[in-house]
Design a binder for this molecule. Structure first.
Ligand code: N01
Length: 500
């Protein structure tokens, strides 16, 4: 996408970082509220965030599409229960176009720095291109699964073959007949492996920790069903609600009563026993932590793929990579043509690629060095007029993050109303944020995520600043309106021109 607008020195009402689900939702809702003096800055070459960037074979959402989509723009034409990434991306494009927000988005526009100017009560943004722009409010919708993580493995740079990360896929590379190593067995790998196992010559899967897998039970939507959804939208709403409440029930086990998870785990154990008859392979694939502690993997074709003749699950630790292959701790070299990293994302320092500076020049990266924290994941004390989407402790292990995004956009817009009414700055009170996070940490202790496994949900010190420890419906209820008593709302230093 080309730049549809130029930066001509005007002061924006809102600058939005990122044009994934978060940024798009904010743009759509701002426009719906009648405000047009906003712009979206997207680092990538097109909109879509995760769904534009993740192009590896098999990439799909592990939340059913009828729920993983905007509540205000339901798509009756989803092809399957779990739609593939390109279809989700098309949905984002069509939705953005339909709501008329494309002209407000500039792609290939990486925000390198955002600094709060206290005197002017403005955020001053500098793009990687050197251009700058000012805005009264800053919305960071940069996404949590955004910065690919590639482990440091001795000798990796000497590998002479092809190297790809699932989040940095080269569509032009032909895997047919190749010998490949896949490193990692998380949500990305379990989609990638079945999608390529039939094409490659050999696939070595390097597993450090097995995850719990439950059947996906994916299915197609027939044309008649799509026509019915289009004609009777309430049917689609009904389906969406059923999926939503089924997912919410899981939250009870994950966050309130971990013992209940045992029953669900039995289902996964039974599935594993049925799907993998070989006891040696089954033992390799059996996790030693409670289901839910790491993200539950949802797949119908992962276990079958692992039993193909050309696939080997390797649990020996990787000791080194050489120019021609991967060496394990037992000294064995397995030669390969390509190494495919399915090793996830740098999650806990997710906003570190933008240099964000708040009051007095304080840096967000320093304030968050021991773990990110915010108020309902949206507002951060010391950073007035800044609103995060999918910020700290608002990720999910059981439901759709699009639901959380919509709640956050509504909450942020509620705070912004004070700005549009003439205030100069809106900042959550430090004591309010602290009390909120104390309570959150207490609730977090009871969750399955803190039951002892190592996962990307956790910071280096074992705390969890990634997930929401409760029901999403509770989050939705608590963020339905912003309470002025929780914020310092200061008058405008310079009378603000209230732009439409
Ligand atoms: O990443 P992960 P992911 N040597 O961090 C392994 C979302 N997602 O990209 O478990 C060997 O889960 C690591 O091993 P271990 C979804 O929210 C969503 O798969 O740490 N292995 C692990 O197996 C998901 O949770 C969709 O021991 C190494 C793997 O790499 C999140 O993205 C689709 C290693 C990383 O797994 C991340 O999933 C796909 C090393 N040095 C993903 N370092 C949707 O449907 C790491 N590993 C929306």
């Amino acid at each position: 996408m080309n730049a549809p607008f130029r930066l001509d020195g005007q002061v924006l009402d809102v600058a939005i970082i990122g044009a994934g689900f978060s940024g798009l939702c904010m743009a759509i809702k701002l426009k719906e509220s009648g405000r047009t003096n906003f712009r979206v800055f997207e680092k990538a070459a097109d909109i879509g965030g995760t769904w534009f960037l993740n192009r590896y074979p098999g990439c799909a959402c592990d939340v059913p599409s009828h729920l993983y989509s905007f509540s205000f723009d339901q798509n009756p034409n989803w092809s399957r229960a779990y739609s593939p990434a390109p279809e989700i991306w098309r949905y984002q494009k069509v939705t953005a176009e339909k709501h008329g927000v494309l002209p407000f988005i500039r792609c290939n526009a990486e925000v390198a720095r955002a600094e709060y100017d206290e005197d002017a009560q403005l955020w001053r943004l500098t793009l990687a291109s050197g251009e700058s722009v000012a805005a009264r409010a800053l919305v960071a919708g940069a996404g949590i699964l955004h910065v690919p993580f590639t482990p440091t493995i001795k000798g990796a740079e000497s590998f002479a073959g092809k190297t790809m990360h699932t989040a940095n896929w080269d569509d032009g590379y032909d895997l047919a007949g190749k010998r490949v190593a896949v490193i990692g067995t998380g949500a990305s790998a379990i989609q990638l492996v079945p999608a390529i196992a039939g094409q490659v010559g050999r696939l070595d899967l390097y597993q450090r920790t097995p995850g719990w897998v439950i059947p996906r039970m994916d299915y197609d939507f027939k044309e008649t069903s799509k026509a019915r959804f289009a004609r009777f939208p309430f049917l689609q709403r009904l389906l969406r609600n059923l999926i939503y409440w089924r997912a919410e029930m899981l939250a009870y086990g994950f966050t309130q009563n971990v013992k209940l998870i045992g029953k669900f785990q039995k289902l996964a154990e039974t599935y594993l026993a049925k799907a993998v008859p070989d006891p040696a392979l089954r033992a390799k694939l059996t996790p030693d932590f409670p289901l839910g502690c790491k993200r539950v993997l949802i797949s119908d074709d992962y276990y079958p793929a692992l039993q193909r003749d050309n696939v080997e699950v390797i649990t020996d630790v990787i000791s080194e990579i050489r120019s021609n292959g991967v060496v394990t701790a037992d000294g064995r070299l397995r030669e390969v043509d390509a190494i495919l990293y399915a090793t996830g994302f740098r999650v806990t320092d997710w906003l570190s690629h933008v240099d964000i500076r708040g009051k007095g020049g304080r840096k967000l990266i320093d304030d968050w060095k021991d773990g990110a924290s915010a108020y309902y994941g949206v507002a951060v004390s010391g950073y007035p007029n800044m609103f995060l989407l999918l910020g700290p402790n608002t990720g999910l292990g059981h439901n759709s993050v699009v639901f959380m995004i919509e709640a956050q956009v509504r909450y942020a817009l509620d705070c912004m109303k004070w700005l549009w009414a003439g205030a100069g700055s809106v900042e959550v009170k430090a004591e309010v944020q602290d009390a909120f996070n104390k309570d959150l940490a207490e609730r977090m202790k009871r969750t399955v995520w803190m039951s002892g496994c190592k996962s990307w949900y956790l910071n280096a010190d074992g705390t969890n600043s990634t997930l929401w420890p409760g029901f999403t419906v509770t989050y939705w209820w608590k963020t339905r309106a912003a309470a002025k008593r929780d914020f310092d709302v200061a008058p405008a230093v310079v009378p603000q021109k209230v732009a439409a």
